[in-house]
Write a protein that binds this ligand. Structure first.
Ligand SMILES: *[C@@H]1O[C@H](CO)[C@@H](O)[C@H](O)[C@H]1NC(C)=O
Ligand SMILES: *[C@@H]1O[C@H](CO)[C@@H](O)[C@H](O)[C@H]1NC(C)=O
Ligand SMILES: *[C@@H]1O[C@H](CO)[C@@H](O)[C@H](O)[C@H]1NC(C)=O
Ligand SMILES: [Zn+2]
Length: 507
């Protein structure tokens, strides 16, 4: 036998070996999904979306609690909204177990006393403010009317996120009215300026809780939702629980040259030099890090529910990570999961048609992948721009949020997952990355278990309603929101213990 033949045999045997591993792993990959007893409308403790409950949500929408910029909101509307909440939930506000504090003039902090001091408190968060309504036409109901129409409640705040505020308060009111005495203390924290970074609301709440030494078992704030038709290769609904948030860094690039008359230009202009820098940034993207962060957990939590090809790839990321990276980088929506994104948002230069521009300025907005530091992003920029004439300054930045524990290793995550699957028995749950930011940025020091999830359904079409025209929630979804928080309050009202699962087939 020639050496060539023998080599071929070796290569063949190695390939066969790899193929066997791939097939075995695909067939035996563990499922992360659970099947808790579903919530049923016939249950004694089901919270129906009665007229009174729907009207309370509608009325909440009528308060125009708009945030315009940090420190510039709508104090009168917030005051009225706070009074409305106080009047709308009499059992909660009269209960000797509940204390209510106004923080930073308009934010709310409730504490429900627990009987068991060995249990760390739970903290549910949301916010009272909303984004402005632009002049865009097309609203099918007045944006601050709270109108109920065709099985929906319309208006600003119905999915961001007065539904969460009202849903949590309805659940607690219902719970207390049934004579519930919690074992675990519960905090409800509602900032009043989340839409403009929460500097006067959630930040104050965070500082206050830190000062008092409050260490929650976990925090659940608004965030990603139950999605339909969003994850390729997965037919079922997917509930995305964000375990981190991308960071951001906005940089200003500038070039200064000697100005002068347009009749005798130098070889290169400020505009030309800056254009080259911007082109270099867009041609040499920040590194593709898919698979090194929580996106990997997201895929693996859904692997067993995927169609064959994506399942095979996901069950074998030890081999196929480069393939998945390449595929996901092709579309802007999935590319954003792979890396720190680079968006050139402004480009200004020039003063007159016949004068050489003395300065050119560009603004670049990066959303930072959880496995990258701001420093690394800036170093990459300097390297690819590779021109000392281009000055770079940081305008504003926020590091990516610490990654919270997820999966069977985290009892709090599993309590959230099971509460979701009680309300949405046909839905899968997976840990995810939030592209935007929430009030939880002010709560990092309180606990490492921070989750961001809103218990309503969003289709790709609904995404345009978020901060957009025709924001609305279906009556059915709002009913689910109330019952989700109720089940969660019940599920966490006991010691949370890790139930380890066997992971077969780990390499
Ligand atoms: C709800 O409970 C009723 C009776 O208890 C049962 O007939 C029905 O199938 C249940 N529905 C679901 C969705 O489990
Ligand atoms: C609260 O209101 C008072 C006056 O009503 C004002 O002086 C103070 O700056 C406000 N504080 C915050 C945090 O908005
Ligand atoms: C968290 O604690 C650190 C160190 O004490 C402090 O510098 C930081 O401002 C705190 N962060 C928040 C969001 O309160
Ligand atoms: Zn929000």
């Amino acid at each position: 036998m020639s050496t060539a033949q023998s080599l071929l045999q070796w290569v063949g045997a190695a390939l066969l070996c790899v193929a066997v591993i791939v097939v075995v792993r695909t067939a035996t990959f563990p499922s992360y999904q659970t099947r808790p007893p579903p919530c049923n409308a016939t249950d004694q403790d089901f919270i129906p979306a009665t007229r009174a409950r729907l009207d309370r949500l509608s009325q909440a929408v009528t308060f125009r609690t708009v945030s315009y910029e940090p420190g510039r909101g709508t104090p009168e509307e917030l005051r009225k909204f706070l009074a409305f909440l106080r009047a709308s939930f009499p059992a909660l506000h009269a209960s000797p177990l509940v204390t209510r504090e106004v923080v930073g003039n308009f934010s709310l902090l409730y504490r429900v006393q627990g009987s068991d001091r060995s249990l760390k408190p739970a903290l549910l968060a949301a916010h009272l403010d909303v984004v402005p309504v632009t002049e865009e036409p097309g609203w099918e109901a007045e944006p601050f009317s709270g109108q109920q129409k065709d099985g929906f409640v319309y208006g600003r705040g119905t999915i961001d996120c007065k539904h969460n505020v009202l849903g949590q308060l309805e659940a607690l009111e219902f719970h207390l009215n049934r004579g519930h005495r919690p074992r675990r203390a519960l905090y409800l924290a509602y900032g009043h300026d989340e839409e403009v970074s929460g500097h006067y609301g959630a930040r104050k709440i965070g500082e206050l809780l830190e000062e008092r030494g409050v260490k929650p078992e976990f925090i659940l704030d608004e965030g990603l939702t139950v999605t339909k038709g969003v994850v390729p290769g997965v037919g079922k609904k997917v509930a995305m629980v964000a375990i981190t948030e991308k960071g951001y860094v906005t940089v200003k690039l500038s070039v200064r040259v000697k100005g002068g008359h347009g009749s005798m230009p130098e070889k290169e202009s400020a505009i030309g030099i800056l254009s080259q820098a911007v082109t270099n940034l867009e041609r040499n993207l920040q590194p593709n890090l898919w698979g090194s962060g929580p996106e990997r957990d997201f895929a693996e939590h859904l692997a067993t529910e995927m169609s064959l090809l994506p399942r095979l790839l996901t069950a074998n990321l030890w081999l196929f990570t480069p393939v998945v990276r390449w595929v996901l980088a092709q579309k802007p929506s999935t590319n954003a999961l792979c890396r720190t994104t680079t968006a050139v948002t402004r480009f200004n230069a020039g003063i007159k048609d016949n004068v050489i521009a003395p300065e050119a300025v560009a603004i670049v907005n990066h959303r930072v992948h959880p496995k990258q530091t701001i420093q690394e992003v800036l170093e990459h920029n300097l390297k690819v721009i590779d021109d000392p004439r281009v000055k770079m300054e940081v305008v504003e930045s926020l590091v990516p949020a610490p990654v919270s524990p997820s999966g069977p290793e985290s009892a709090a995550y599993m309590a959230i997952q099971e509460s979701i699957q009680q309300i949405y028995p046909d839905s899968l749950v997976a840990p995810s990355v939030l592209m935007g930011n929430t009030d939880t940025r002010h709560y990092w020091n309180l606990t490492s278990a921070i989750y961001r999830f809103s218990p309503n359904v969003m289709t790709p079409e609904d995404l345009t309603r978020f901060h957009g025209v025709n924001e609305r929630i279906s009556v059915q979804d709002y009913e689910r929101v109330m019952n989700f928080y109720f089940h969660l309050m019940r599920n966490v009202d006991k010691p949370l213990v890790v139930r380890r699962h066997e992971h077969d087939g780990d390499l």
